[in-house]
Design a protein around this ligand. Structure first.
Ligand code: FES
Length: 108
């Protein structure tokens, strides 16, 4: 499975408590800065595809702007029923003030 690490944003553009939309080769990703720790999750809400990066972030919980489903940005797990729904999570590294996200792409 090919693994790819890509620079997606500058840390200075993502203050604590904020979210940002980025993409890697068209894969939509929501970045979230929770108290200085950056997390990356799939941007598309599992309900009807709402953009989680445009949601409200409180602590480590993001609320989808369309109908209010909530997710942990740390685990990607939905915090509302039905239990078991989740969005993908991606490893984040910070180097020299730059945010990198690692994607495991499926074999093609
Ligand atoms: S699309 Fe996210 S709650 Fe409906």
């Amino acid at each position: 499975m090919p693994r790819e690490t890509t620079r997606v944003a500058e840390l200075a553009q993502l203050p604590p408590g904020h979210m940002a939309y980025v993409h890697v080769d068209g894969l939509p990703i929501a970045l979230a800065n929770v108290g200085g720790i950056v997390y990356a999750i799939g941007d598309s809400c599992r309900h009807e595809g709402g953009p989680l990066s445009a949601g409200v972030l409180i602590d480590d919980t993001v609320t989808c702007p369309w109908h209010g489903w909530t997710y942990s940005v740390r685990t990607g797990k939905a915090l509302v029923p039905p239990i078991g729904i989740r969005v993908p999570t991606y490893p984040v590294t910070i180097q020299n003030g730059q945010i990198y996200v690692t994607i495991d792409w499926p074999d093609s």
